[in-house]
Design a protein around this ligand. Structure first.
Ligand code: ARG
Ligand code: ZN
Length: 874
């Protein structure tokens, strides 16, 4: 359906379904263009619904071929069908069975919602509302049913047939056909339904749960790629064991299957017992996957697995509660990764993502509360705010309550809500009971959009040997909103190290800011201290505090909190970059002082924790600087300032960087390991190369060429290619051409090649991208290709995307319009790149606005794109 005027769905309008569904028996006969679905649905009136109400089932893109009520064909005047509904005007007063036959075309399904084919493999994606593209149904998460699925297919086209739950039976079904029956005993909403049919290889292993259940874990991939599935398979086992130990949650079926497909709108999907993944988050080998890929695979495998409890066993009452499962599950996967890797390094990564993606969203026209109150298109609310800020809220809860009480609250939540479709209120109630605390004020975090600001002032009184810290919180644009509950994890640091904290309002290192403003007094402070605030980034806020660079560098040197050590170096770099952007010249002395502090830091400990050192060396990105400045942005000025700082640091620290590269080189024959320690060495080696390139382009080019030639990992090869790509000339073009030739049969590797070229900050890049759109590897129907080329450009190339002549905007607008005809969900996602247009300087702002208006003038826009467009322009 095209050109729909968005009608908002509102949280306040929620009411229970008038009918419930107890069981669903599906019979799906797979066919490339004419798949037949017979659904036998056992319904009954909901005692909490309206008695005698018509039964309105959802449907989308379905051809109804037969409809029976308790076995008898329904008279034509007993029901009505519209493009989005099937209505029984007078359903029976008691329980009844509907048998619905529909025909669907998986090959024509380019939206990748419902049943579709990816490289010939049949697969499904039903969240949020794709099940209605398979059969007519009460497609809402609070309607939970037990499913039995019979899948039938051509023996050679789809030798592997997978469904939710446990396998029950399988066999032949006529000449050349076969079938499999799956049964899922756990009631679930339709969005967790899945099936897969295709030619797939797999790897498997056993896992015995803490409850003694023997589970077969398996990962299915395209033929020939099984060797690349081992890492994901082991990650499943690690996630299962971790959830038992840390949250007391065991798995509840006999099999757990993961399937990788190449066309997928999002990252992955937690369908009960049958997780379906974008293949880039499954397939890994040292030759094709970077360290970042390995980490992402481990995290997303865990994320989807953890949904089994937070999402599936306890699901959401309605889509407004999306953060109930997503924020909580992101928190859980972050904790898992922190335990598997380096907690400090992981936390820095989390906060970098939050600031790069969520803060700008929260500061722009697409801002919304973690629990939105209305939506026109729910698929546009799978956002950084719901996921990442949602996870920060859960983390704050733990900080406020302490780890033990937090765990007791989680236990309570599981006990009280297992098998239910729950709300954010249910979640908070569990913690209120477990802690005996009133969490009503805390609940405001779910309701208020925008990033809170906390302004802090310190004052030392030498005579009284006391130190006062005054905190003032505010929410931009909402001066009258009541204060939030903000946990401030803090400490004091002196010139030789951490100081003892004497202040009765700080418990276990945490002060809870509950008022609009508040003052702490620390006693027994012998010398002026440097405050270390929001340790571990204890709340998702912007901190405003005037602090001298020298004091920040004290934190870099002496703070006991690794996050704030990193933050200190970032803050100093940020101040240099902002000043450099504003005035056009980098403050020389301050930059040199920063370089000197970095030198001391690198000498002291870079080799002891290379991963951390690599993060300290990673300067704030151009987008970070833009977000910090916040208004009248000139991306070119930011680019110049950042380049100047890199050149200054590179020049002063060249010997340090070269020394690090030599010291961190792998001894010949060192076996590959994707673990955090090995990844950290590679990260620091490559960070050093990147900074060397800013001062010594010739030397860095030679080193990068040698590194590409000798690399044994994709991480090293790609880092070298990225360095080469920054410098125009034959070295770059040769390296790119050779890389493309080497990986011509590896689409996921070519995605990296596309992304590197899309982020070249040169005037020729839009032209290069148009050229790449014609390259055999590129395809507008594969979301990974589109994200790699167009998404990387719009999100990772600020000077070219925001070109004053509008060429960057035009390129993205064309992609959005072309894509909207086939895949509105991904088109809408690409359009969110315009979300920060209002903070640009006026010339670019006008160009961005007119581009958005041109998109709006196009006929037949999808609801997905229309919704983003409407809010972006509002
Ligand atoms: N629930 C999935 C996750 O693990 C995301 C699926 C979203 N899909 C969509 N079409 N909106 O995060
Ligand atoms: Zn999720």
């Amino acid at each position: 359906m095209r050109t729909e005027t968005p009608i908002a769905t509102r949280l306040e309008d929620y009411r229970p379904s008038d009918y419930l569904i107890e069981t669903v028996a599906l019979d799906v006969a797979l066919h490339p263009t004419a798949t037949r679905v017979r659904a036998e649905i056992r319904l009954r009136p909901n005692p909490d619904g309206r008695a005698g109400a018509p039964l309105v089932l959802d449907g989308d893109d379905l051809t109804l071929t037969d409809l029976r009520l308790d076995g008898t064909p329904l008279a034509a005047d007993a029901y009505t069908v519209t493009p989005s509904t099937l209505t029984l005007t007078h359903p029976p007063a008691g329980a009844f069975t509907l048998t619905i036959e529909t025909e669907i075309d998986p090959t024509a399904n380019t939206k990748l919602m419902g049943l579709y084919r990816s490289n010939g493999v049949y697969c499904t994606q039903c969240e949020a509302d794709g099940f209605r593209r398979i059969t007519y149904f009460l497609d809402r998460p609070d309607v939970m049913a037990v499913y039995r699925t019979r899948i039938e297919a051509d023996q050679t086209e789809a030798p592997v047939l997978l469904g939710n739950g446990n396998p029950m039976e399988a066999g032949e079904a006529g000449p050349g056909r076969h079938y499999a029956i799956w049964h899922d005993p756990h009631p679930k909403p339709a969005y967790l339904f899945a099936l897969v049919g295709g030619r797939l290889d797999h790897v498997q292993r056993d896992f015995t749960t803490s409850e003694g259940r023997r589970v077969t874990l398996a990962v299915y991939v395209e033929p020939g790629k099984a060797a690349r599935a081992d890492y994901a398979l082991e990650a499943v086992a690690r996630a299962m064991a971790w959830d038992e130990t840390v949250f007391g949650r065991a798995y509840d079926l006999d099999v757990f299957n993961v399937v990788a497909v190449s066309d997928f709108n999002m990252g992955a999907m937690e369908n009960k017992g049958l997780n379906i993944f974008n293949d880039r988050y499954v397939l890994a080998s040292p030759e094709t996957a970077t360290d970042a890929d390995y980490a992402a695979i481990e995290a997303i495998i865990a994320h989807e697995y953890f949904h089994n409890w937070t999402g599936n066993r306890i699901t959401c009452r309605d889509w407004f509660q999306l953060c109930l499962k997503e924020g909580l599950t992101v928190f859980r996967d972050q904790e898992f990764s922190s335990d598997m890797r380096s907690r400090a390094v992981h936390r820095i990564g989390e906060v970098r993502t939050l600031r790069a993606r969520q803060f700008p969203e929260d500061a722009g026209p697409l801002a919304h509360p973690v629990r939105p109150r209305q939506y026109a298109e729910i698929n546009n609310f799978y956002t950084a705010t719901v996921y990442e800020k949602g996870a920060e809220i859960v983390r704050m809860l733990r900080t406020l309550l302490g780890a033990q009480t937090f765990r007791a609250g989680m236990d309570r939540y599981f006990a009280d809500n297992d098998g239910r479709a729950a709300t954010v209120e249910d979640f908070l109630a569990a913690f209120a009971v477990a802690s005996g605390r009133d969490l009503d004020a805390f609940a405001r975090w779910y309701e208020r959009p925008g990033t809170p600001r906390v302004a802090v002032q310190g004052a030392y009184d030498a005579d009284a040997r006391s130190y006062r810290l005054t905190f003032r919180q505010s929410l931009p644009g909402a001066p009258d909103s009541p204060p939030l509950t903000i946990p401030v994890s803090l400490g004091l640091v002196g010139s030789d190290g951490p100081l003892a904290v004497v202040c009765d309002r700080v418990r276990d290192g945490v002060f809870v800011l509950e008022r609009a403003s508040d003052t702490l007094t620390f006693t027994d402070v012998a010398t002026p201290p440097v405050p270390s605030l929001f340790r571990g980034f204890s709340a998702p806020v912007r901190i405003e505090m005037d602090m001298a660079d020298a004091d920040r560098l004290v934190l870099l040197r002496h703070d006991s909190d690794p996050f704030n050590r990193w933050q200190a170096s970032q803050s100093v770099a940020m101040r240099l970059l902002v000043q450099g952007t504003r005035s056009g010249v980098l403050p020389k002395e301050a930059a040199e002082a920063f370089a000197a502090a970095l030198a001391a830091f690198l000498d002291g400990e870079a080799l002891a924790d290379p991963a951390f050192a690599a993060l300290v060396l990673a300067l704030p990105s151009e987008a970070d600087v833009a977000n910090e400045i916040g208004a009248e942005i000139d991306p070119d000025a930011i680019h110049r300032a950042r380049h100047d700082l890199r050149r200054t640091l590179g020049a002063i620290l060249a010997e340090h960087f070269q020394h690090l590269r030599d010291a961190l080189a792998d001894a010949p024959g060192t076996p590959f390991s994707p673990d955090a320690a090995s990844a950290g060495r590679r990260a620091l080696r490559n960070a050093a190369l990147e900074l060397l390139a800013a001062t010594d382009p010739d030397g860095a080019t030679a080193q990068a060429e040698a590194q590409m030639a000798g690399a044994t990992t994709m991480t090293d090869r790609l880092a070298a290619l990225a360095v080469l790509a920054q410098r125009p000339g034959p070295a770059r073009e040769n390296a790119l051409a050779r890389f493309a030739e080497t990986y011509r049969t590896e689409p996921l590797v070519l995605d990296k090649w596309l992304a590197i070229q899309a982020t070249i900050p040169e005037a020729g890049t839009p032209e290069r991208i148009r050229h790449l759109q014609a390259h055999p590897t590129f395809s507008m129907t594969n979301p990974n290709r589109v994200r790699a080329l167009i998404g990387s450009f719009s999100m990772g190339n600020p000077t070219q995307f925001n070109r004053a002549d509008g060429a960057g905007y035009r390129l993205v607008a064309e992609t959005v319009l072309a894509l909207d005809r086939t895949n509105p969900q991904v088109a809408a996602r690409m359009l969110t790149a315009f979300g920060s247009w209002r903070m640009l300087e006026s010339g670019r702002r006008d160009v961005a606005r007119s581009t958005l208006l041109e998109i709006r003038a196009a006929p037949g826009l999808s609801r997905d794109v229309g919704d983003i467009l409407g809010r972006t322009l509002a």
